[in-house]
Design a protein around this ligand. Structure first.
Ligand code: ADP
Ligand code: MG
Length: 595
């Protein structure tokens, strides 16, 4: 195995690599970096997800770019908004010591003018999703006619998502002499076709399978109503008294909230996220290693470096945006030959994500039900009995024992045991007396339903009279709705923001609350108007893989659905990726009359 120093990388990159904590290059990096540095060549690199492809093209790209020249010299195309932002972020980290190098992310769902402005200020590297890039080109907002490098990242996924034409059209505006670097996990025909038609004698690199899920990890999911997420987490903890777990949330805020609640409810929990100081993070990690903390609630970024063995459970309190991240998460358990369990708490609207993950990790999930109060009480009772049996007596108590014997002297052995157990146990009994069943009822049915959704109109689509004119994009509107309605992260979905109005979905159970709450509100002096839209946004036709001929490797999943009805389908594909294609009216949504 080589070291980064032996690959021909310059000092500023090596320093950044040191800061990132990368010690040795991954296989694809070791193969690709020297080659790309030495030659001006096209390349096709095949490697599984999680093998470090971003750095494999990012390092040589940064080194080859002329940072003193402000022209756009490289275009990186990537399938989704999330990946686009992730790559941009990584490239910025890699190039942090090259002050004049600017990387700009170009993706749908955010202001195109702001992105154009950033590009105009001088972006040597543009990282873009194909739909938005095409829009920018059409409007003359970017000039990629002089680029030296074009990277097609996750090429198979881009083609799966129906971007073939966009890619071809984008490539046609780039110079013929540029180098094209194609990175992909698989090599379906469409990818081979791109390579054949648009690349010149590409060199090929293939690396073996690496991160396709560890077989020491078993995967389970629990379907609950969104409002029961936290309660479900508690029950899972109670049902596993010896749990030693990392719990993943999507945002720093959720991470802190969940940790705070757990602590308040008496669990040994702590939060780990980027808003903590280094000293605080170190202290949390130390307590976790010492097992003073049983439940570490973390963001993905903060948990990146966690190398603690014996983690029994990884709990996805919320699913991440992409499967790669799911893989990273579940890799925190099942280490060093130990067995581990990766648990996902999901709501009905997320069920399709499970099948998408299964395909990539090539392992099946087991659907489980949240343990009932009685089951938990039984588990706790036996745990307690065993704990009493196994506890090591600290002889510090010896001197108090005579007085204690005196207090308890009239109790028989049986009574004594009963009372001792009750001391610890009453809190569980009291808590679980309510004994509500948490598992969302339609779980089993939906899972078997090929559509992934019940056909009884599980989702409701709404029209709302606020839109991009009110400074919302699909993400901020989703957050606004979620917060206003007090709903969970994934309860508002298929958010589609137009200029003066928008559409969104929730599960039918929330419909009354949505209409009542929002219709009584004002936004900047204007009354908010929400109506149920006639168009269902394709919600009753959520067939997966709708637009895709087999072999799909669905790498990421955003807020919306895969496929869907034809018209809306093509639109939803774009909104799901955050690819709000301004200027293209493809939506089947009809704008209701406003009174
Ligand atoms: P891919 O694109 O192949 O799926 P990424 O480039 O996203 O993989 O890398 C996956 C993760 O591994 C990222 O968190 C990245 O920072 C990390 N990583 C990449 N290369 C190395 C390395 N040489 N050493 C340690 N971590 C690495
Ligand atoms: Mg990648």
């Amino acid at each position: 195995m080589k070291k980064f120093e032996e690959l021909g990388l310059n000092e500023s990159l090596l320093r950044a690599i040191g800061d990132l904590g990368f010690e040795t290059p991954s296989e694809v990096q070791e193969k690709a970096i020297p080659l790309l540095l030495e030659k001006d060549t096209d390349i096709v690199a095949l490697a599984q997800t999680g093998t470090g492809k971003t750095a494999a093209f990012g390092f040589p790209l940064i080194q080859k770019i002329d940072a003193d020249n402000r022209n756009t010299q490289a275009l990186i195309l990537s399938p989704t908004r999330e990946l686009c932002l992730q790559i941009t972020n990584e490239i910025k980290l890699y190039s942090k010591y090259i002050k004049s190098l600017h990387t700009v992310a170009v993706y749908g769902g955010a202001s195109i003018t702001e992105q154009a402005r950033e590009v105009k200020r001088g972006a040597q590297i543009i990282v873009a999703t194909p739909g938005r890039m095409q829009d920018m080109i059409n409007r003359g907002l970017v000039d990629i006619s002089k680029i030296d490098f074009c990277v097609l990242d996750e090429a198979d996924e881009m083609l799966n998502m129906g971007f073939y034409e966009d890619i071809v059209s984008i490539l046609s505006t780039t110079p013929d002499e540029k180098c094209t670097w194609l990175f992909s996990a698989t090599m379906p025909q469409e990818v081979a076709r791109i390579a054949k038609e648009f690349m010149r004698k590409p060199l090929e690199i293939t690396v073996g399978h690496k991160n396709s899920g560890s077989s020491t990890v078993s995967h389970e999911f629990y379907m609950v109503n969104a409002r029961d997420r936290y309660e479900a987490l508690k029950r899972l903890a109670d049902a596993n008294p010896d749990i030693f777990s990392v719990i993943f949330c999507r945002t720093k805020r959720d991470t802190q909230v969940v940790a705070d609640k757990l602590i308040e409810d008496g669990y040994n929990a702590a939060a780990l996220h980027g808003d903590l100081s280094q000293a605080q993070r170190d202290s949390v990690m130390k307590s976790f290693r010492n097992r003073q903390i049983q439940m570490l609630v973390a963001t993905d970024v903060a948990a990146r470096g966690i190398d603690v063995d014996n983690v029994t459970h990884v709990i996805n309190y919320q699913l991440p945006d992409d499967i790669e991240t799911y893989n990273h998460r579940s890799g925190r358990t099942g280490r060093a030959g130990k067995l581990g369990t990766s648990i996902v708490i999901i709501t009905k609207s997320e069920i399709r994500k499970i099948s998408a993950i299964e395909k990539v990790i090539k392992q099946k999930f087991e659907e489980k039900t949240i343990p009932s109060g009685i089951e938990i009480c039984e588990i706790q009772l036996f745990h307690l009995a065993n704990k009493i049996k196994d506890v090591e007596v600290d002889h510090g108590i010896d001197s108090y024992l005579p007085a204690i014997y005196e207090v308890l002297k009239d109790l028989s052995k049986e009574e004594l045991i009963k009372k001792m157990v009750s001391v610890e146990f009453n809190r569980f009994i009291n808590y679980y007396k309510k004994n509500r069943d948490l598992t969302a009822q339609t779980a089993g049915k939906d899972r078997k339903d090929a559509s992934g959704f019940s056909s009884d109109g599980g989702a409701v689509r709404y029209f709302i009279n606020i839109g991009s004119r009110d400074d919302f994009d699909w993400m901020t509107l989703k957050d606004f709705l979620r917060d206003t309605l007090g709903l969970g992260r994934d309860d508002v979905f298929k958010v589609d923001v137009k200029e003066g109005f928008s559409f969104f979905n929730t599960d039918a159970e929330h419909a009354n609350a949505v209409l009542d709450t929002l219709n009584s509100m004002h936004l900047e002096g204007r009354r908010i108007n929400v109506e149920i839209s006639k168009n269902d946004g394709g919600s009753n036709n959520r067939r997966r893989d709708h637009n895709n001929r087999g072999g799909r490797r669905s790498e990421s999943f955003g807020g919306g659905n895969k496929g869907g009805g034809r018209k809306e389908g093509s639109f939803e594909r774009s909104s799901r990726r955050g690819e709000g294609r301004e200027g293209r009216k493809g939506s089947g949504d009809r704008r209701p009359r406003r009174g």
